[in-house]
Design a protein around this ligand. Structure first.
Ligand code: IPE
Ligand code: IPE
Ligand code: MG
Length: 255
């Protein structure tokens, strides 16, 4: 693919994507919503493969929110089936490409066969070092914060940590995302200008990119556009333009 001036030395370290618009994609074509979800899987493959090729180390995909459990039973059932199938089919490919799979969210709400397939894929790929794909399943940013508060409070109560020592690092270390850097770029497809309970704590200085493109139409070309736009942004992290000499990623932002 022609990368049209993409600077490979200034890529985001972590791209997060809210994959939205499957239902509208299907409706526009007179098809059922499930067909949109089915087509969306090809977009997942496209962004994973392209991230791997470019050398983006972390990619998080918001696949199912806790609120999505409220959808019609048939749709939830179909989504779970597609997820299970995707994981089973992709696992050998992840092994071939050195991709490590992580899952965040309340995975115990997933139907047992889906949970088993997920855990199998996570375990099989745990030593892979090429890149990390984080699947957010039954994920809620607020849930993540609530569980972090519970864990920190428990440690404080047990005397393992003093209240005065609770700081940003401690909080980050108790979030489900503890082992991954904050996203540098957050993409949302289908034009909605909201976060829909995805990462909340993790995105204080993340660059936002919202495109009207519906998820099943988001392929290599659209991803490239998002990355090029990211490289045009000036990340100031609160400072002035004149002070900026640092790279695009938040690594060592103010620590
Ligand atoms: C995203 O597409 C997939 C999930 C949220 C699971 P939608 O199903 O939300 O599609 P729209 O937003 O209704 O078009
Ligand atoms: C956000 O999309 C969740 C995922 C993409 C998994 P929704 O379609 O659920 O978001 P809202 O309801 O439009 O905010
Ligand atoms: Mg939606």
């Amino acid at each position: 693919m022609n990368l049209r001036g993409l600077d490979k030395s200034r890529l985001p370290r972590h791209v997060a994507i809210i994959m939205d618009g499957n239902g509208r994609w299907a409706r526009l074509r007179g098809k059922g919503r499930i067909e949109g979800h089915r087509r969306g899987r090809a977009s997942v493959r496209a962004v994973v493969e392209m991230s791997r090729k470019l050398g983006i180390p972390y990619l998080s995909l918001y696949a199912f929110s806790t609120e999505n459990w409220l959808r019609p039973k048939e749709e939830v059932h179909a989504l779970m089936g597609l997820l299970e199938h995707y994981l089973a089919v992709e696992q050998p490919k992840m092994m071939r490409h050195g991709i490590r799979l992580l899952a965040i969210g309340d995975k115990y709400r997933l139907p047992p066969p889906v949970l088993r397939t997920l855990e199998r894929a996570v375990k099989a790929t745990q030593k892979n070092q090429g890149m990390t794909v984080v699947l957010a399943l039954s994920y809620s940013g607020r849930d993540d914060i609530v569980r972090m508060v519970q864990a920190v409070a428990r440690e404080a109560k047990e005397g393992a940590c003093a209240i005065e020592d609770i700081n940003e690092e401690v909080i980050s270390a108790h979030m489900e995302t503890r082992s991954i850097p904050d996203p540098d770029l957050l993409i949302r497809t289908s034009g909605e200008m909201r976060i829909s309970n995805f990462f909340l704590w993790q995105i204080p200085y993340t660059e936002l990119y919202i495109t009207p493109t519906l998820w099943p139409d988001f392929r290599e070309e659209e991803y490239l556009q998002a990355l090029l736009e990211f490289q045009r942004r000036r990340r100031r992290f609160g400072r002035t333009d004149e002070q900026i000499t640092q790279p695009l990623c938040s690594v060592g932002r103010n620590r």
